[in-house]
Design a protein around this ligand. Structure first.
Ligand code: ADP
Length: 263
């Protein structure tokens, strides 16, 4: 009576013949489920102690009572606590994206508004070091989960800031054509060697781990983007030239767009 997970592979030969391979992947499926649950539980359990530590550190710093030699270690403890908090939050988000059902979000999201909001967040991370512009040729409404779509758009924009030298231009674009809706982020940053591109959406895959950590990266951003897209029937496209810059784009099929008149 146990539920089994089966994988079906069908290869057609000519008109009348086909080879069907049925694999029982129940064990693999269960192990994967255990891994996800474990990561989600650990991340969840780590949240409370992290909040307590961050709270005490903030009180200590704000009190102005900390002895002078403690200032540097205190600032570093705060920085590391912030990093750990983002990591735990990203792990939890990824676990949720991997386990819950697809296509559940039915919210209506104005794409141009989202692009503007994300540009605002990128400007705040950049602190005026980059020239960030938004080109929103034609607004459209996307259906989906607003929090998830925000994560996907924001990860691309924040990466453009993280991996671009000061003074670089960053352009966020949204446009619609017969293939659907498209959001892209173009930067003049360090770029990515083509051999790395197929692996960028793997968890913790980084081209340069030192640089990623230094800029506050968790190594999970593009894995989150990939899972958000899977749940919204979207696709990710990456074009990059090392030393020149990169363009990351998201494509959503027409079925994910609502006519502006229906909103
Ligand atoms: P991270 O938190 O390390 O930024 P991501 O999953 O968001 O993790 O990205 C994975 C890796 O892809 C990064 O470590 C970086 O090496 C590379 N990358 C992502 N975006 C860019 C970009 N705009 N320019 C250059 N490299 C990038």
């Amino acid at each position: 009576n146990d539920a089994r997970t089966l994988q079906l592979e069908i290869t057609r030969y000519g008109k009348d013949e086909a080879l069907v391979i049925v694999r029982d992947i129940t064990r693999l499926h269960n192990l994967e489920q255990m891994r996800r649950d474990f990561v989600a539980n650990v991340s969840h359990e780590l949240r409370t102690p992290l909040t307590v530590i961050a709270g005490y550190l903030e009180t200590l710093e704000g009190s102005g009572q900390a002895p002078k030699p403690w200032e540097r270690p205190l600032a570093q403890m705060q920085e590391q606590t912030r990093r750990m908090t983002s990591l735990v939050n990203d792990l939890l988000l990824l676990a949720r994206l991997e386990t819950s059902e697809r296509d559940t979000g039915r919210e209506k999201i104005h794409a141009c508004e989202l692009a503007e909001r994300v540009a605002h967040e990128a400007r705040s991370l950049s602190g005026g070091r980059h020239n960030i512009v938004v080109d929103c040729a034609q607004d459209a409404v996307l259906t989906g989960d607003s929090g998830e779509l925000h994560s996907a758009f924001a990860n691309l924009a924040l990466n453009a800031v993280k991996y671009s030298p000061d003074g670089g231009d960053i352009e966020l674009r949204w446009w619609v054509d017969e293939r659907g809706g498209h959001f892209s982020v173009r930067d003049q940053g360090i770029g990515i060697d083509p051999i790395h591109i197929p692996r960028l959406t793997e968890r913790f895959y980084r081209v340069d781990a030192g640089r990623s950590r230094e800029s506050g990266g968790t190594g999970l951003g593009l894995a989150i983007v990939k899972h958000v897209l899977l749940r919204h029937s979207g696709e990710l496209n990456v074009q990059s030239v090392p030393g020149r810059g990169s363009t990351f784009s998201l494509h959503f099929p027409p079925k994910k767009l609502v006519s502006m008149a229906d909103t």
